[in-house]
Write a new protein. Structure first.
Lengths: 301, 280, 340
């Protein structure tokens, strides 16, 4: 991975030096060997801080939203899943392709710095760490799907035959069992909105949960308000989640958010597919559930 | 920090009042006159202090008390800007509301005694100043010359018109200057923004206290003008507005630096304001 | 001295939960936090007294994430306040660390001083007994000592327990503590035991002079840089034992309803958004700066101590690795002479 780091620095230096970009988004080393975190280089002197290692997991595409109203040109390093996030933003009209210089890295799978910090925190019973992050075991596309420059050898997907195993397990439950399961997981939610904040598909300028006139969803951490939050969020993810798994990774109370997203992925594929969100960017193309036609069936409303 | 007193046992639980009169001030400002069920005021306020008014099923909002008429009623002048105030503007006389307070430090009415007073307001910003203005008239001998400079977007948007045009100009040693932002038919008064009008009138700084309230952008320009005109930081008083929820300095959001607007404010002099981060 | 043998810990917890709701640190599923001992499930839950701490702080016991304040009825134009919910229920927090005890002391400053007393908080606080757990082995992200917290002498404790290996020294500090000791009776033995030695801290934060120095750093460019990767989620505020900012909202249906308060986060933009649309802290950088200045400067100016007790939870849970120790040290080391 050291080669990749050097290559990234070389590209970043070139782009910043010749003014091709104003900001270059990558990762830097944190305090510990495992606390790699996002870093945005603005000057050539910053470039030496950039690294790429087995903990460069954070999906940076979401950070582009901070610059959506600006004119800055942005260089950004993306792995397979992150690159699908870029497609999400382009499809949603959030940023212009011309403003981006995309450096793709074929991803060998990442470890999760958050998990590593937790393992070393003393706040949880001792666990075995050092494995691939959970989200990386479900990876269907480790290779960037959109880029200006590609680094690293092509990787093979890690997900096996059992892509929707957990979803199927839940589908096989009785309605009561399912309710009990979801009541348990959603009752934990502390409504910190981290799942929304790290989500590249959550790019609405005013989120429905922040809307006060009217207030669609109450602010109580009660089972009904929590359900409402997660159901509304899930319905906004249908056909839009690009499976980067960041929501589930950052959740401080370990709500299995990707389980919900995967159910949506499975169903959208079944009813409107074949379709995988964010796998290809075709200008002007309308993915499922993003367009409306007069003859759409609407008898369910 | 001043001592704070609340009339209720639990400062976050409102008392119930009834609306005894409602008056349209402008197309989007109404005056609400409230008194406790069975008579009397829910609490005594000093000029510039605040009350938390709640339309119980809808929400609560913090408003400056525009006047306390003895033990008869509290007067709130409230502009329609959001969900809660929209609903509030629909109620009729006889409706019951929750009110808790008084909150905030209020104007330094004692320290201003013996001074000439210059009141500068924009839009609904006259509502808090009005309590001080009326206090000065009530204790006329304690204060010197009174000058009031007030501006709004249009004639229709001027609050308290009967007082502005009829009553106040007749008070002893009092001048009332009114301006609107843009010319309009039937208006032969001054046209232009408040800061410019202030510089035009150019009231001398000596022996004077200037009290300013209005939209943040107006306040910022008026403060600059006053400084230019030779007013010292101690001679200029302003009231700040932030989003508030608890009113008692606990919930956190109305802080500017380490000061809570609901508790330590809303009234600050310019010297105090300059100690605070410019985040209001 | 009174000694509590670890072999009797469950008996002690059972005994204490007879007359009060008892909260203990547990690992439950993938979570860890303070939970009612009555909900303890043998086998699946794990008592975390031997661990450093738990991720979710005990603040919700004295200051719940959602707390009903009062109910009302309204019939058209008339309204009536029905009931005020000031909880008189006795509670015991067992095994909280000095950082979390110090955070409750910060709450006491906020809710019980400076003019108004918050009756809802006072009712809970008065009815809460604290059995604090002295700390001798700082964890990877601990820096309480740098924030003025003595890990071995938790403040606000009614009882302090000290781990000696196979037992705890039971040190009663207040009348409330004496009552607990009496209730435990023979479950406490009388033996000699020696307190452990405090081990060195791995995190080195230097907070000395930082509050004063920050006064001149409001416009420092470091805030833009530090805030650039912040996701402005609320994790740090919700896992923080000392963050207390709250919102007041209403739930109503038909002729009735109730007003409640719930945790709010200064990281959210609506936190300061006024009804008319003006927002004094509309951008991420302003909110980020306000949070750290509140912790490190503003609170200190108002109450004489920082609003950070060095527990390290925000360092553990931040999705982008923002580290308050690094920020403190960066302020400490900043050369402000060239910037002013």
């Amino acid at each position: 991975m050291n080669d990749i780091t050097l290559k990234i620095r070389e590209i970043a230096t070139r782009l910043l030096q010749n003014g091709q970009v104003d900001i270059f988004m990558g990762w830097e080393k944190g305090q510990e060997e495992y606390t790699t975190r996002p870093f945005f280089a603005r000057r050539v002197e910053d470039v030496e801080k950039l690294i790429f290692n087995e903990y460069s997991i954070h999906n940076l595409s979401n950070d582009l939203l901070k610059y959506r109203d600006g004119q800055e040109k942005i260089g950004i390093v993306v792995k397979g899943c992150d690159s699908r996030g870029i497609v999400r933003l382009l499809q949603d009209g959030q940023i212009k392709r011309q403003r981006l210089y995309i450096v793709g890295v074929a991803c060998p799978g990442m470890k999760d710095p958050l998990q590593a910090v937790k393992d070393n925190s003393g706040f949880f019973p001792a666990t075995t760490s050092g494995e691939l992050a959970r989200k990386c075991n479900d990876c269907i596309e480790p290779n960037p799907v959109i880029y200006d420059e590609l680094i690293g050898d092509k990787q093979t997907p890690r997900v096996g035959q059992e892509r929707f195993k957990l979803v199927k397990d839940i589908e096989n439950m009785s309605a009561d069992q399912r309710y009990e399961f979801f009541e348990d997981v959603f009752s934990r939610c502390i409504r910190c909105y981290a799942c929304r904040q790290v989500c590249v598909a959550c790019n609405c300028r005013t989120c429905i949960f922040d809307e006060m006139k009217p207030q669609w969803v109450g602010r109580e951490t009660s089972i009904s308000d929590n359900f409402m939050y997660h159901l509304v969020r899930a319905s906004h993810m249908a056909g839009r989640c690009i499976e980067c798994g960041e929501c589930e990774r950052v959740c401080p109370v370990n709500i299995p958010l990707m389980l919900i997203n995967q159910k949506l992925i499975k169903d959208v594929n079944k009813f409107f597919g074949p379709y995988e969100a964010g796998m290809v960017y075709i200008e002007g193309a309308k993915p499922p559930l993003s367009s409306y036609q007069e003859n759409d069936p609407d008898n369910f409303l | 920090m001043s001592e704070h007193k609340c009339n209720c046992e639990n400062p976050l639980v409102p008392g119930v009042v009834e609306v005894i009169d409602i008056k349209d001030e402008t197309p989007d400002v109404k005056s609400f006159f409230v008194r406790s069920i069975g008579g009397g005021v829910p609490f005594d306020v000093m000029p510039g202090q605040l009350g938390m008014v709640s339309l119980l099923p809808v929400g609560e909002g913090m408003y400056s008390v525009s006047w306390q008429e003895e033990q008869e009623y509290l007067h709130f002048a409230i502009k329609r800007v959001g969900l809660m105030t929209n609903e509030l503007h629909r109620i009729e006389v006889g409706h019951q509301l929750g009110v808790r307070g008084p909150y905030g430090n209020g104007f330094p009415v004692e320290e201003c005694k013996g001074k000439d007073m210059l009141f500068i307001a924009g839009g609904i910003g006259l509502a808090p100043l009005r309590s001080f203005i009326k206090y000065c008239f009530k204790h006329r001998q304690d204060y010197g010359k009174i000058q009031i400079i007030y501006g709004s977007r249009s004639y229709a948007d001027l609050c308290f018109k009967d007082e502005l045009f009829e009553k106040w100009p007749q008070e002893k040693d009092t001048e009332v200057y009114i301006t609107i932002d843009n010319p309009e038919e039937g208006w032969d008064g001054h046209v232009g923004f408040v800061p410019a009008y202030l510089e035009e009138i150019n009231p001398a700084a000596a022996g004077k206290i200037a009290v300013v309230c209005g939209p943040p952008v107006m306040i910022k320009f008026v403060l600059q003008s006053l400084e230019k005109m030779g007013y010292t930081d101690e001679q200029v008083i302003s009231t700040l507005e932030m989003r508030m929820k608890c009113g008692i300095g606990k919930c956190g959001r109305c802080n500017v630096g380490s000061q809570y607007i609901c508790l330590d404010g809303p009234v600050f002099n310019l010297a105090q304001l300059k100690q605070l981060p410019p985040e209001w | 001295m009174p000694i509590l043998s670890k072999s009797k810990i469950k008996d002690v917890l059972n005994q204490l939960s007879q007359n009060a709701e008892l909260f203990v640190p547990l690992a439950r599923g993938d979570e860890s936090g303070f939970y009612s001992w009555n909900s303890y499930q043998e086998g699946s839950d794990r008592l975390m007294l031997d661990a450093l701490n738990v991720l979710l702080p005990p603040k919700s016991i004295v200051f719940p994430q959602t707390e009903r304040m009062y109910s009302f009825t309204g019939n058209g134009t008339t309204v009536e306040i029905k009931e005020t919910f000031e909880s008189p229920q006795p509670r015991i927090i067992f095994g909280l660390r000095a950082c979390d005890a110090a955070a409750i002391a910060c709450f006491d400053d906020v809710f019980l001083t400076m003019g108004f007393v918050d009756s809802f908080y006072q009712a809970r606080r008065d009815n809460t007994t604290i059995v604090a757990h002295a700390c001798y082995q700082p964890g990877a992200n601990c820096f309480c000592e740098a924030m003025g917290v003595d890990p071995t002498e938790p403040v606000n404790a009614d009882v302090i327990i000290r781990d000696t290996g196979d037992s705890y020294i039971w040190e009663s500090k207040t009348d409330k503590g004496e009552k607990l000791s009496a209730a435990l009776g023979a479950l406490l033995e009388n033996k000699e035991a020696k307190s452990p030695q405090l081990q060195p801290f791995k995190q080195q934060a230097n907070y000395e002079g930082v509050a004063e120095k920050l006064k001149g750093m409001f416009e420092d460019p470091m805030w833009e840089e530090l805030a650039s990767t912040c996701q402005t989620c609320g994790i740090c505020t919700y896992v923080c034992p000392s963050c207390y900012c709250f919102d007041i909202q209403v739930k109503s249906w038909g002729d009735e309803g109730y007003r409640f308060r719930c945790y709010d986060s200064c990281m959210y933009s609506e936190y300061t958004l006024m009804a008319g649309g003006h927002n004094p802290r509309s951008n991420e950088q302003e909110r980020f700066r306000n949070r750290f200045l509140h912790k490190l400067q503003f609170f200190s100016e108002r109450y004489g101590k920082p609003l950070c007790t060095g527990c390290g939870r925000c360092i553990v849970a931040c999705p982008v690795g923002i580290n308050i120790v690094q920020i403190i040290n960066q302020v400490k080391e900043a050369d402000t002479s060239v910037r002013a």
